[in-house]
Design a protein around this ligand. Structure first.
Ligand SMILES: N[C@H](CCC[C@H](N)C(=O)O)C(=O)O
Length: 264
C-alpha cells in the first residue's frame, strides 16, 4: 500500500483522522476495515472517526465515518476540524462563509479566530422513549440533527456508569442505532453532558449531540428559537444557539495537532 498524507485534529477532544483526497483518487471505497485500522488507538493513528476531504463541484464534501467504520449523516465537531483544514491548506478563505456538503446536506461554516461556527440547520424535536444502563432507566427526548439522538436528563453524570456498552434504547424508534446523551444542569442556560456515540462509543464530545442536548433543554425550559446555551463536555465547552429562524449554530474550537504520512 502506498504512503499517503493524513492529518490529526480535534474539536473539544472529539478527535479525527483527516484524509485529503480532493479528486477522490487516493482512497477508493475507504472500506470499514481501513477506517477501523486508522482509528485504532494502539495499532493505528487513533480517532473517534475519519474525515475524508473530497471536492464536490465548486465546493467540498465531508465523507465522515465513525471509528467502527459505519457511516453517519453528520459530525458537528468534525465539520469544524474539516473547515480548519481547508483554511490552513489555503483552500478556503476564513473571511468568507465556507459551504461544506455532507450526507445531511449543505452546512455553512464561519471562522472567527480560534472558534468556528457551524450552521447545523433545523433541529427535529420528536417524541420520548427510554434509555437504560445497568441499574438505571430514564425517559429520553428524541432529537434529530441529521443523525439520531436520545437525550436523558440525569441527577449526576456518574449515574450513566462506565458507558462501556451502548445504552439500551428502543430499536423501533432508532432502527439505525442512536447517539445517547446524559445531561445535568449547571445553571441558567448552562448544561453539562456525557455521550455514548453510535459507532464510536463514549467520546469526550459530540457536536451534533451538544445541539440535541441544547434543544431538549430549551424545550424542557419552555424556551425555543431565540435562545443560547453553554454546553460543557468532558473535552471542553461548546456554545449552541437556536436562532429565531429555527436553525441551530454550533460554536467551538477546532485544532489540527499533527500531519504525516501513513500506509494504513
Ligand atoms: N457518532 C455519530 C456521528 C458523529 C457525531 C459526533 N462526533 C459529532 O461531533 O457530531 C453518529 O453515528 O451519528
Amino acid at each position: 500500500m502506498a504512503e499517503y498524507e493524513f492529518l490529526k485534529g480535534h474539536g473539544t477532544e472529539n478527535d479525527f483522522v483527516l484524509l485529503p483526497d480532493l479528486d477522490g483518487t487516493i482512497h477508493g471505497d475507504l472500506s470499514p476495515e481501513r477506517v477501523r485500522a486508522l482509528c485504532d488507538r494502539r495499532a493505528g493513528i487513533g480517532g473517534d472517526g475519519v474525515l475524508r476531504v473530497l471536492r464536490r463541484g465548486d465546493g467540498w464534501f465531508m465523507d465522515y465515518r465513525n471509528s467502527d467504520g459505519s457511516l453517519s449523516e453528520m459530525c458537528g465537531n468534525g465539520i469544524r476540524v474539516f473547515a480548519r483544514y481547508l483554511v490552513d491548506a489555503g483552500l478556503a478563505d476564513p473571511a468568507q462563509p465556507i459551504p461544506v456538503d455532507t450526507r445531511d446536506g449543505r452546512k455553512v461554516l464561519t471562522v472567527d479566530g480560534d472558534l468556528i461556527t457551524a450552521d447545523m440547520g433545523t433541529p427535529r424535536v420528536l417524541g420520548e422513549s427510554k434509555v437504560a444502563v445497568p441499574g438505571h432507566t430514564w425517559p429520553a427526548r428524541h432529537v434529530d440533527m441529521g443523525n439520531p439522538h436520545a437525550v436523558a436528563f440525569v441527577d449526576s453524570l456518574d449515574d450513566a456508569g462506565p458507558l462501556l456498552d451502548p445504552p439500551e434504547h428502543d430499536a423501533a424508534t432508532y432502527p439505525d442505532g442512536v447517539n445517547v446523551e446524559f445531561v445535568v444542569r449547571r445553571g441558567e442556560r448552562h448544561v453539562a453532558m456525557r455521550v455514548h456515540e453510535r459507532g464510536s462509543g463514549e467520546t469526550r464530545s459530540c457536536g451534533t449531540g451538544a445541539c440535541a442536548v441544547m434543544v431538549a433543554a430549551a424545550v424542557a425550559d419552555g424556551l425555543g428559537p431565540g435562545s443560547a446555551y453553554r454546553v460543557d463536555v468532558p473535552g471542553g465547552t461548546l456554545t449552541v444557539t437556536w436562532t429565531d429562524d429555527d436553525r441551530v449554530l454550533l460554536t467551538g474550537p477546532a485544532v489540527i495537532v499533527a500531519r504525516g504520512t501513513t500506509s494504513l
